[in-house]
Design a protein around this ligand. Structure first.
Ligand code: GAL
Length: 669
């Protein structure tokens, strides 16, 4: 077995059970029954690996890795830095993170160290290189798992200690060279905030400066730089003795850390997915958000990723924690695979008896051993993955559509004061993504630095900040035949968050002139009439003038009644659309349906999909079509041509039935 196979496994913490050898023996027996082929070891094991400073105990780990290997189970080996042993925090308190309110962490929890701390880096290097020396060539080890969820989930991971402030100033000096340049970029003459000495610059803290957008934006960049630097530091440490590939597990849309930067230092992208299934009867919003996150993980390297963690039943950290309903575990696991995951892994294998996560779902509960519905469903996922491994692992999704999601834009657009205070970038992005999901068209989720050439359609909702060279890239994309869709509140500021003057950077491509943006109260809301039907307009309406663009529809009310709400401009061989106002999902679905038709993009079944059903395609020698039903009810797709069910070999024609929460994999007949 190697990374060219599909992995089925999860976090395994045998160090919590070292005094119960019978449990460890049982684990291996049950892992085999559950079709587990790999486990992640060592994630939070520092205090057992190095119980006292400089005293290393790896024998237990070696025994377990060997024993598992002897039973056909491979290891993803983690560096243990996500949680510090108490001897370390007691001896080196300078390692502890300082929060934005100035409070220094006390020992406890996890992910609570300073990413800049020289002492932390020194200690990480020692334990990581020792581990690499011991296991860095072991035939059972597939992959290094660096730390765990960098940035952590008890806070945003940023640290405001003196060491960080010092490093921040150096980072700024390197970037701007002179204070004049920095003052210009941050527009500091405003409110008399000009800096005359680098020492005067502090990280943004609520009791200090948090209203200088340029400072905030650079601070976000610096935090990503430091966390990425820490990750690279750990990678270099294991590289001293080992050439195994490395990964680090990402989270959802985690604002503090720009994953498009971080991914560059790892070989394989992996992430931890904990969707809120069964929050409501309508699972579609959750399915869409999860699909978008999976797609983003794949799009970073345009290659299969690993689902590093997911729960086989429930989680324990939300206000209420529904257990996955029958078949949801199979569906949500296959959803990850459908979007490019080459693994289904869990947090965790066995529930611990005590502490914070004792009620978090696991493959093995406290009681009942393998006699649970969860164990059975896990076993079924493992069986399916094992059977399909060869077919699936070498394939990958290759979408013709991209939707831009960019961290720097996220930071800037939500930090801006005006035109509304609560722009929700993720929500807006997801609405645009959803139109493609509902149509069954795969989407890459890219950032502004990515190449656009391979796409027919690129959508860039609320693309407020433009990075250098971005406008030129879009212009080339459209000139060469691409279709570009952007919205109100785009092309407003440059990379320093300074407003563009004169004109929108894409004015010629869009063929419009922006004048002003209105954020009307509820009683003043506008509407449009599109092809004979009225659609409501949301909280933002831009007043624009068509120059070379044609007007597709206009505002129906207010002083800007009759002025363009949607425009299309033909430019070179392509076209560019401008949605001047915020629209609801119903209209967006209709609008994007037209764009897909225009670019001859249809889902592989060439069929209308019922609500809650979507399709993703992993392309390879044989294309695999993943048909997913997120309804807790049967769904039927009509008028389909001949297909073969890849799991069962059943031949299908005319009509495809999906049972509640079912995912079927089809290949062309
Ligand atoms: C993840 C974390 C795991 C576990 C899990 C619980 O964020 O990496 O260690 O805590 O959450 O849902």
């Amino acid at each position: 077995m190697n990374l060219a196979n599909l992995l089925h496994g999860g976090d395994y913490n045998p160090e919590q059970w070292l005094d119960c050898p019978e449990v460890l023996q049982e684990d291996i027996e049950l892992m085999k029954k559950g079709n587990i082929n790999c486990v992640t070891l060592g994630v939070f094991s520092w205090s057992v690996l190095e119980p006292e400073e400089g005293c290393f105990c790896f024998d237990w780990l070696r025994d377990i890795i060997d024993e598992l290997y002897g039973n056909g189970i491979f290891t993803v080996l983690a560096t243990p830095t996500a949680s510090m042993p108490h001897w370390m925090t007691a001896k080196y308190p300078e390692i502890m993170q300082v929060h934005a309110d100035g409070k220094k962490n006390l020992p406890g929890k996890r992910h609570n160290f300073c990413y800049t701390s020289k002492k932390m880096r020194e200690k990480a290097r020692i334990i990581d290189s020792k581990l690499a020396e011991a296991f860095g060539k072991h035939p059972a080890v597939l992959l290094w798992h660096i730390s765990n969820e960098l940035g952590g989930n008890f806070g945003d991971g940023s640290c405001h200690c003196e060491e960080c402030n010092l490093e921040f100033r150096l980072w700024l000096q390197e970037k701007y060279r002179t204070l004049d340049r920095l003052n210009q970029a941050w527009w500091t003459t405003f409110w008399s905030h000009r800096y005359t000495d680098w020492e005067q610059i502090h990280s943004p803290m609520p009791n200090g400066e948090i209203l200088t957008h340029g400072l905030n934006l650079d601070w976000h960049r610096f935090v990503t730089h430091q966390m990425t630097g820490f990750c690279k530091w750990e990678i270099d440490s294991v590289r001293e003795y080992s050439s195994f590939p490395v990964t680090t597990n990402f989270m959802y849309f985690f604002k503090p850390l720009n994953y498009y930067e971080l991914h560059r230092c790892v070989d394989i992208v992996s992430w931890d997915s904990y969707p809120f299934w069964h929050k409501r009867k309508d699972e579609v919003p959750v399915a869409v958000k999860t699909a978008a996150a999976h797609s983003m993980m794949r799009s970073m390297k345009k290659a299969p990723f690993l689902l590093m963690e997911s729960t086989p039943s429930c989680i324990n950290w939300r206000a209420f924690n529904p257990v996955k309903r029958p078949h949801m575990h199979m569906l949500s696991s296959m959803q990850a695979v459908a979007h490019g995951s080459n693994s289904v892994q869990y947090f965790q294998w066995r529930k611990g008896r005590g502490a914070f996560e004792k009620f978090h779902g696991a493959v093995l509960d406290h009681k009942n051993k393998e006699n649970t519905r969860t164990f059975l469903e896990v076993t079924q996922v493992g069986e399916r993955l094992a059977k399909m491994s060869e077919k699936i692992a070498a394939t990958c999704n290759r979408p013709k559509v991209a939707v831009i999601f960019d961290w720097e834009n996220w930071w800037a657009v939500e930090d801006a004061t005006g035109p509304i205070i609560d722009i929700d970038y993720v929500k807006t992005f997801l609405m645009h993504f959803r139109s493609f999901w509902e149509a069954g068209i795969d989407v890459d989720v890219i950032n502004m630095e990515d190449d656009l050439k391979e796409y027919r359609i690129v959508a860039a909702p609320v693309n407020y900040l433009y990075k250098e060279k971005y406008a030129q890239k879009v212009e080339d994309f459209v000139r060469n035949g691409g279709s570009y869709i952007t919205t109100y509140w785009s092309g407003v500021v440059n990379e320093s968050d300074l407003c563009f003057t004169e004109k929108h950077p894409l004015q010629e491509v869009l063929g419009i002139r922006q004048e002003e943006i209105d954020a009307p109260g509820e009683e003043f809301r506008n509407e449009i009439n599109y092809k004979g039907k009225a659609y409501p307009v949301g909280r933002l309406c831009e007043v624009v003038h068509a120059k070379t663009a044609e007007i597709l529809t206009v505002y129906e009310k207010e002083y800007y009644k009759g002025s363009p709400a949607i425009t299309r401009n033909y430019f070179g061989k392509g076209n560019a659309y401008y949605l001047a106002a915020e629209f609801g999902q119903e209209f967006l679905n209709l609008f994007y349906k037209e764009r897909m038709l225009e670019k001859e993009l249809v889902n592989p079944l060439a069929s209308e999909l019922p609500y809650g059903v979507t399709v993703s395609v992993r392309e390879g020698e044989e294309n695999l079509v993943f048909l997913q039903n997120f309804n807790d009810a049967e769904a039927v797709i009509h008028d389909v041509e001949a297909w073969v069910d890849a799991d069962t070999g059943e031949q299908i024609e005319g009509e495809i039935k999906l049972s509640p929460f079912e995912c079927r994999i089809l290949v062309e007949k």
